[in-house]
Design a protein around this ligand. Structure first.
Ligand SMILES: [Zn+2]
Length: 387
């Protein structure tokens, strides 16, 4: 369960709202009531401004996502969290120009919204809506009185809402969202814009390293500025940027290392083969003797299933040790070839949720490659200082 509900789909991209987002709405409403001079109009202002701000955040993420899809990438969903929107990208186009276009699309949306709001704000006149309009549309008298009452009540409530303030709030919020995200530091969009620009002339790893250094230098400068001006929020943002930049560096480093290793270099050839007729008790016996936890399941020479450590534990819990492998094994699973990169294998594992993949070469099962094997290969390829 991921605690979010789907509210719509745009071009195959699900838009979801996380339950905790409701807390922010409740908080905005509560603030409207509790504030001195608060009332219904303040509650409506709080809830409306929060919802509209998050609509802008979703549009920002949609900007990134639609460009990603347009350039051949895949986006699973956009989830609205109290801290903002998160777009889950399944695959990204792999060129500096694509990265540049995708990164810049989000802030561009905010600037476009800000431009639109400016056009509306300039000639804004507070219009009075005449309630007599209702006479023409509703002939039944009771219905008229009832709807006139509801509409009057609605306008009484909305009348107190300061629409100009709401508009200016959204205008300011979109400008600052756009500007803040263009800070040239990971994980901001500006960091990706910078890397995309650097990537036009440098390798991905080198471009990332330089972008990280620039971002971290900027974070230090922001931190100083925050301390000097006693703006502790700015200091927190600076610390956040500094730490995230480092993590981005590690992620790219891992990517480059895994891209340069092949499945055949880590493939586990000694893994015992199971038959669908084996019982789980037998599997546990094999596991304790061979120290293996993931297995291919063979019927003669044919690969018919995979049984991973997770599957064994889940099956034991549900059926006990006497159940047959054929009943609890996975029948749907991807396979890899010995010449595939570990990065590809890792992505396939992440996408399919099967933590060990059979390695197949021309119909012959050579063994398995598991997430543990990939992690071990990664750690032995990275020299790390002892802790
Ligand atoms: Zn963005």
């Amino acid at each position: 369960m991921n605690w979010s509900v789907k509210i719509g789909t745009v071009k195959g991209i699900e838009i979801r709202v996380h339950f905790t987002f409701l807390l922010i709405i409740v908080w905005a409403a509560a603030e409207g009531i509790l504030r001195p001079g608060g009332g219904w109009s303040r509650v409506i202002f709080g809830v409306l401004s929060t919802c509209l701000l998050f609509v802008c955040v979703v549009l920002h993420e949609l900007g990134h996502s639609l460009v990603t899809v347009h350039l051949g990438g895949r986006v699973r969903n956009i989830t609205l969290l109290p801290i903002g929107g998160v777009a889950q990208m399944e695959s990204l186009p792999d060129s500096p120009i694509a990265e540049l276009a995708i990164a810049i699309a989000g802030p561009a949306v905010n600037f476009m919204i800000a431009a639109g709001l400016t056009i509306i704000a300039l000639p804004m006149i507070r219009a009075e809506i005449p309630t007599d309009l209702l006479v023409a549309t509703h002939s039944t008298r009771t219905w008229y009185i009832l709807s006139a009452f509801v509409v009057r009540l609605l306008f009484r409530l909305l009348d107190g809402v300061d629409w100009r303030a709401l508009l200016l709030y959204l205008l300011g919020a979109n400008i600052s969202l756009g500007m803040f995200n263009l800070l040239p530091a990971f994980p901001m969009d500006g960091g990706r814009v910078l890397r995309g620009l650097l990537g036009l002339g440098l390798s991905h790893l080198r471009a990332t390293q330089i972008a990280i250094h620039i971002g971290q230098a900027l974070a230090v400068a922001l931190g100083f500025l925050g301390v000097l001006s006693a703006n502790w929020m700015l200091v927190l943002v600076a610390v956040f940027i500094f730490i995230s930049a480092g993590q981005e560096g590690q992620a790219v480093e891992a990517r480059v290392i895994l891209e340069n290793l092949r499945v055949e270099q880590v493939l586990n050839r000694l893994v015992p083969r199971l038959s669908p007729l084996h019982s789980l008790a037998h599997v546990l016996d094999i596991a304790s003797r061979s120290r293996q936890v993931n297995f291919p399941v063979m019927q003669g020479e044919q690969l018919v299933g995979v049984l991973t450590q997770d599957d064994v534990l889940a099956a034991l819990h549900q059926y006990g040790a006497e159940v047959r492998v054929g009943r609890v094994m996975r029948r749907q699973f991807p396979t890899v070839r010995p010449t595939d990169t570990l990065l590809y294998a890792q992505q396939l594992i992440a996408r399919s949720g099967v933590k060990a993949l059979p390695v197949v070469d021309g119909g012959t099962v050579l063994g398995l490659v598991s997430l543990q094997d990939i992690n071990a290969a990664y750690f032995s390829a990275t020299p790390r200082p002892a802790r």
